[in-house]
Design a protein. Structure first.
Length: 123
C-alpha cells in the first residue's frame, strides 16, 4: 500500500456520519434494508440502534467509532478484497476494522445471505 500511514490517518479522521449515508444508499439501491445494515453493524461493533444513532449525531471519527466498539470475536473470519486490499492482510488495526465494515456492507449489497455475512457457523 503506497503511503499507507497517510491512508490510515485519513480513515482514522473520517467522520462515520459522513460515510453512513453512503452505506445506507448502497444497500438500499440493491434492495436491502436499513434494518439489515444495522444488523450487520451491530454484529461487527456491538452497537444497538440507540448507540449507533448517538454516534452518528455526535459525528465521531472512525477512530472513536471503533474505540467504543466491542469488535465481534469472529471478525477475523471476514476475508477477501475490498478497495483493492485483502482485509486479512491489512496491518493497521483501525484500517482493518474499517475495511471489515466496508466488506460486510459490500456483501450485504451484493445480496449475500445474512447468515453468511454474519459468519454463522455451519454444521
Amino acid at each position: 500500500m503506497n503511503n499507507s500511514n497517510t491512508h490510515d490517518q485519513r480513515i482514522a479522521k473520517m467522520i462515520f456520519a459522513s460515510v453512513y449515508p453512503l452505506y445506507l444508499a448502497k444497500v438500499e439501491r440493491k434492495g436491502r434494508t436499513k434494518e439489515e445494515l444495522h444488523q450487520v453493524i451491530k454484529w461487527l461493533t456491538g452497537f444497538d440502534e440507540r448507540k449507533l444513532k448517538n454516534l452518528i449525531e455526535k459525528k465521531v471519527t472512525f477512530e472513536t467509532f471503533f474505540e467504543k466498539a466491542s469488535l465481534n470475536p469472529d471478525a477475523h473470519l471476514i476475508t477477501g478484497v475490498i478497495c483493492g486490499y485483502r482485509v486479512e492482510e491489512i496491518e493497521n488495526p483501525l484500517t482493518q476494522k474499517a475495511r471489515y465494515l466496508d466488506k460486510l456492507v459490500d456483501e450485504l449489497a451484493k445480496g449475500r445471505k445474512m447468515e453468511k455475512i454474519l459468519r454463522v457457523a455451519q454444521g
